[in-house]
Design a protein around this ligand. Structure first.
Ligand SMILES: NC(=O)c1ccc[n+]([C@@H]2O[C@H](COP(=O)([O-])OP(=O)(O)OC[C@H]3O[C@@H](n4cnc5c(N)ncnc54)[C@H](O)[C@@H]3O)[C@@H](O)[C@H]2O)c1
Length: 343
């Protein structure tokens, strides 16, 4: 049984808590910490947990009744908690992004390397989504020939972001999912990034901070594949798409199945409004995979610290491009030996 301590008990922290307690076998929640004083105690009561509420994340990561630390606090805390947990010899699951900057990711990698073992997984759950898995199968089997260009969309629902949301968040919090999944699908790294600012949606005037929305991002990989992605955080709903054009054919991410209503000489279907429902199955598969691997002594196999680092370097290049308006290079360090052995 893997004993889990959760640091950060907001929306996704509670979601993972509920998942681990009620849907995943081989895992149980034994420790909780949030900066909000009563949050841990309240959740222990609400979910009837046999767990301890800690008064600092340091105490939680060092507790002997914790095997895996799940980091679901705000982004600014990810690297700090991950490093403390690794230094305490604990397995770590960090929600995306791995850290705020590429520098911080390197510090996490150093701490993991010191353990001599693969100890950390980043919460890029799309790799566990059946649609994306199928796209990868088509690419890897050569069915569509070599991929040449991709068109992706990441739309969030109108006014679903906080009023102080800024343009760089659309990269670090939203587009980072696209960066990671396409890197995994294609099995290669990025060479350049350029962000375009199309005509601004009027709704952006309702934000307290300057916001460019939508944004259009073009990434180019080492082999020359071009990926064009529209990020629009004030769209008609939560809508994710990915079209991959290859030499011999094209594959497209399927829509989430939804009942078709025919009425008044019209047909319609629902569109989701947030990430929870869209990727609910992927989160479950992600955690069950971690539980199964750790319980049977097998290595973690999901997105690694190195993948978190690639995503951070690429998102840093995008943010630079937002500022300069130019195409920016994605400059990675040479992959450390330690990470070359990871599948
Ligand atoms: N994989 C995904 O699709 C996905 C989806 C949503 C969120 N996330 C990630 O999960 C993380 C949390 O997102 P959320 O939507 O739950 O946010 P949230 O704001 O609902 O929760 C953040 C929590 O962190 C706590 N916190 C703040 N400072 C803290 C500190 N110093 N120590 C301990 N706790 C502290 C807050 O009190 C809050 O409970 C973010 O990093 C986000 O990027 C990932």
């Amino acid at each position: 049984m893997i004993r889990v301590g959760i640091v950060g008990l907001g929306k996704i922290g509670e979601d993972h808590l509920n998942r681990i307690q009620n849907r995943i076998s081989g895992m149980e929640v034994t420790g909780l910490y949030d900066i909000l004083e009563n949050r841990g105690k309240d959740l222990i009561e609400q979910y009837n947990l046999n767990a301890k509420s800690f008064s600092s994340y340091q105490d939680l990561v060092n507790d002997e009744n914790i095997d895996l630390v799940v980091v679901t606090a705000i982004n600014q805390l990810h690297a700090e908690v991950a490093i403390a947990a690794l230094n305490a010899g604990k397995y770590v699951f960090v929600e995306k992004p791995l850290a705020m900057t590429a520098e911080e990711c390197l510090a996490v990698m150093k701490a993991e390397e010191k353990t001599g073992k693969r100890m950390l997984q980043v919460g890029f759950m799309r790799r566990y989504d059946p649609g994306y898995k199928k796209l990868k199968e088509y690419i890897d089997s050569g069915e569509i020939g070599q991929p040449l260009m991709l068109h992706c969309r990441h739309y969030n629902t109108y006014l679903s972001q906080p009023k102080n949301y800024v343009s760089s968040q659309a990269i670090v919090e939203t587009f980072i999912h696209e960066i990671e999944i396409v890197h995994w699908l294609l099995g290669e790294e990025y060479k350049t990034a350029k962000v375009y600012f199309p005509k601004k949606a009027e709704v952006t005037s309702q934000y307290d901070t300057p916001l460019q929305d939508p944004q259009l991002i073009v990434l180019e990989t080492e082999s020359g594949v071009n990926i064009v992605t529209e990020v629009f955080v004030n769209a008609y709903g939560y809508d994710i798409s990915c079209d991959i054009v290859g030499e011999k054919g094209m594959v497209q991410l399927p829509d989430v199945p939804s009942v078709i209503l025919s009425k008044g000489a019209k047909r319609s279907t629902d569109i989701l409004t947030d990430w929870k429902e869209r990727f609910i199955a992927a989160y479950d598969v992600e955690f069950q995979d971690i539980a199964d691997r750790l319980n049977s002594g097998r290595e973690l196999s999901g997105p690694s610290s190195w993948d978190g680092y690639i995503s951070a370097v690429t998102s840093d290049a995008c943010i630079k491009s937002q500022e300069t308006g130019q195409t920016e290079d994605v400059k990675l360090i040479e992959k450390p030996e330690f990470y070359k052995n990871f599948k």
